[in-house]
Design a protein around this ligand. Sequence first.
Ligand code: IPD
Length: 264
Amino acid sequence: TPPDPRVLRDLAVRVATEAGELAAGGQAGVTVLDTKSSPTDVVTKMDRATEELIRSRLLAARPDDAILGEEGGEEHGDGGVRWVVDPIDGTVNYLYGQPDWGVAIAAEIDGEVVAAAVSVPRRGELYEAVLGGGSRRNGEALQAPPAVPLEQALVATGFGYFAERRAQQARVLLDVVPHIRDIRRGGSAAVDLTGLASGRCDAFYERGLHAWDWSAPGLIASEAGIRVGGPNGGPPSNDLVIAARPELYDALSALLAPLGADRD
Ligand code: IPD
């Protein structure tokens, strides 16, 4: 029998909380350890140490599971669950002493995210969700506020790490900004998406994200009433993630589609 998603959620919550404390404790003295895909794509000692802690705790509880992590890649397993982990989402904020970064842990069964936890320690926020069971922030049920019209929407987005992609993202913004209330570039997709569920913005879109960026916060947002999808009515993908209350989602998708927001 497949594992109970509530049990997976409880494990994700425990591990995300501990990992968040570890990372928060190390933020003050942080320096860049390495760069990855480009000079702007940084990794710190804490990204790696936090992911190691998460992997060891998950595997101690469920030794046969698979894990996909931002820093350590894919570890195979046949325990019936794949964990998708971002140890520090918002590494640049983390590096600069800013509070908007989070630890994201999702549990997938047969390719579907069924349980999730996101810890945002410097905001004192712990989010959790189970597929079909709603989401909670610090133990309380979370419902996103109703949609606003596109022209009143505060829209969060982010930029990739490659110069060419960024140039295209800036061109898309030129045609988005005149149609909305304003833009926010928060620096962490996990904080953007959980913030969307919390009513701190009205919509989110970004090109070039990875499964570890959207899996956990995406379930938390969708269980709070947010539609989370990708290009052409499909699921979230590396090409594009869009999230908003359904009515606003449709308006934002219609605005983005002709602008090439899903390509470089
Ligand atoms: C990044 C953040 C950022 C987004 C980037 C992501 P990382 O994650 O979520 O907001 O714009 O595309 O890569 O690298 O800090 O884990």
